[in-house]
Design a protein around this ligand. Sequence first.
Ligand SMILES: *Cc1c(COP(=O)(O)O)cnc(C)c1O
Length: 228
Amino acid sequence: MQKKEAVSNIAENLNRIKAEIPANVKLVAVSKTKGLPEIMKAYQAGQRIFGENKVQELIAKQPELPADIQWHFIGHLQTNKVKYITPFISMIESVDRMKILQEINKQAMQIDRIIPCLLQFHIAEEETKFGLDMKEAEELLTDRSFKSFQNISICGVMGMATFTQDFTQVKREFAHLRAIFQHLKEKWFTDVPDFCEISMGMSGDYQIAIEEGSTMIRVGSKIFGQRY
Ligand SMILES: *Cc1c(COP(=O)(O)O)cnc(C)c1O
């Protein structure tokens, strides 16, 4: 009973969020743990960009759903699983080390695709979250092999704030990610128009993220309801 109700609210939830955010901010509907009927509700309400954080789950869903869905990978990615998503993925938002870039480039080359990627930064105080710091990012960007990657397009940065009710802390962490973006843009990507995305903001903090310059928010529970 409760579940049915949640499904019928999806379109409503989506429309409410879309009405609230500026037109230049992209909405990634995070559908992890949710089933095909729920995803189809969002699709029928006009949503086209969806985010998943597990390869197994994503490759089980993707063939069952409309081909014009743009899938974003937003979770920790293992090297040996890259090959399963490169044929169809629209963006890998969670690039956090050289090895994974290498593998994405290799797999993308074999199928003649250029894969849009974001560099994930660790901006939260929580140790558990993944991501690069500036030093690691600059090492990656100066690496000889990075310059040889023809099948990757670095389109910006991604980050997750600390899960806390302290809004000033969240705001500070998002401001930090925006500063990282601006620094990278000026130093490494001045002539790269594709380097334009700051993916930050989730159900609990996307309004703050947008105030701090987010261009892409990743919203799950506020669209699909709580995950169990
Ligand atoms: C689950 C998840 C989200 C969405 O979280 P909600 O709080 O449900 O909106 C966003 N980004 C990443 C990386 C996630 O894993």
